[in-house]
Design a protein around this ligand. Structure first.
Ligand SMILES: Cc1ncc(COP(=O)(O)O)c(C=O)c1O
Ligand SMILES: [Zn+2]
Length: 398
């Protein structure tokens, strides 16, 4: 890596800058690279570490004995055809070690933590970033402290506890857990892996774009991303921009933002910038908080912690803000499972709900190549899934 650039005011810092946010305006930082020096091919390595020339860390080898990334991309014709879309692909992140895309981010962030000599990594989480941090900390021999809202799904808490993390269930929302985690990291000197605030998480998530490009053999027309804080979305966009800057691709996909109507701060901000017709000055864009409430716990966020980067990504890529209802999200879980064989948690089903809406509104053409990012496994929040009950039969019945 070269250094850091503020996503709001563009102020640059060198690679040895040790603080996570911009000292001038408090904005989130983006890690920069010397793209001219990137080789024309990716190297060897396991999972995401194949891409280490475009990562701010080196291959950990045996220090991280889990494979991160290298997830499948499924062509799902039957699912696509049900909405008149001929070219739908699922980037299936459910097979990562802790069953969500968050492992890509945790890997890069925890390697950074280890490099700085930290032995305790803390994270605020709706559930998945926590279980992922706990998983990778266990694999690397670090301590993890996970701050979650007390309402986090039981399976995500069970994962974190099983991996041996200290789990603090905060009476309040994810946003309350986030602020408490920030305060405790300041007081105790813990490494803070929280989404948005920590610039290293975006670097891990961007590797999903590198894989999509290699697996598809081309740049898709759209990638649809389920969005709460906006860090996955900004990471996906960063991945494509990296590929472009390093000369691997000559065009970029549109990045669409899928949010629940009950938690749509980023979509609203994008829509209002588009309606204004004025080119935004990113230093003064204000993303209004919402009082989030949605069945999709992973994308239930009052104040998006990487909101500016996500708004910029959708606008700069020419993508769409797509707001879907909780009912559409729940219906999409069943459709993904029964028509494609992929069981997604509620947040991870939002991209399919969004794809159907884009098709119905004529915003996505039937022949567009569309990748849906399936970010987390359905087993993480079974009570949220309206699957009904099995039929109870006697063992000796016919
Ligand atoms: C499964 C899943 N999908 C989507 C998201 C949303 O990511 P972000 O908050 O970076 O927008 C999360 C975040 O927790 C998640 O766990
Ligand atoms: Zn700044």
């Amino acid at each position: 890596m070269n250094g850091y650039r503020c996503l709001a005011c563009n102020t640059e810092q060198s690679a040895d800058f040790a603080v996570f946010v911009c000292p001038v305006c408090g904005g989130n930082l983006d890690i920069t690279y010397d793209y001219a020096a990137i080789e024309s091919d990716f190297g060897e390595g396991e999972g995401i570490f194949r891409y280490q020339t475009l990562l701010p860390c080196s291959d950990p080898g045996a220090a991280l004995p889990l494979t991160i990334g290298n997830t499948p991309l499924h062509p799902v014709r039957r699912l696509g055809a049900s909405a008149g879309l001929d070219n739908i692909w699922l980037k299936d992140e459910t097979g990562n070690p802790s069953s969500s895309i968050k492992d890509r981010a945790s890997a890069v962030a925890l390697l950074r933590a280890a490099e700085t000599g930290a032995d305790t990594v803390a994270v605020a989480s709706t559930g998945n970033a926590g279980s992922s941090t706990a998983c990778l900390a266990a694999a690397m021999g670090l301590h993890a402290v996970v701050f979650v809202p007390e309402t986090a799904p039981a399976a995500k808490l069970a994962q974190s506890l099983a991996y041996g993390a200290r789990v603090l269930a905060v009476r309040g929302s994810y946003d309350d857990a986030y602020d408490l985690c920030l305060r405790e990291c300041d007081r105790r000197g813990w490494f803070n892996r929280s989404t948005g605030f920590n610039p290293f998480t975006r670097e891990g998530k961007k590797t999903a774009s590198f894989e999509i490009w290699e697996q598809l053999g081309q740049v898709p027309d759209r990638v649809i991303v389920p969005t709460g804080d906006g860090n996955i979305l900004s990471g996906i966009w960063k991945g494509w921009r990296d590929l472009h800057a390093a000369g691997f691709v000559d065009r970029l996909p549109k990045i669409d933002c899928a949010q629940s109507a009950g938690s749509a701060a980023i979509c609203r901000a994008i829509a209002s910038i588009r309606e204004s017709g004025i080119d935004p000055d990113w230093r003064s864009v204000d993303i209004e908080s919402v009082a989030a409430s949605t069945v999709a716990d992973s994308i239930s966020v009052d104040q998006p912690r990487d909101g500016l980067a996500a708004v910029r990504a959708v606008i700069e890529s020419g993508g769409e803000p797509v707001v879907v209802s909780d009912d559409e999200i729940l219906a999409s879980i069943g459709e993904l499972a029964s028509k494609a064989g992929v069981f997604a948690e509620p947040a991870a089903a939002a991209p399919w709900a969004a794809a159907k809406q884009l098709a119905a509104n004529g915003q996505a053409g039937a022949d567009e190549t569309i990748v849906l990012l399936i970010t987390g496994n359905g087993l993480k929040d079974v009570p949220a899934v309206p699957v009904g009950k099995p039929e109870l039969v006697d063992a000796n019945s016919d």
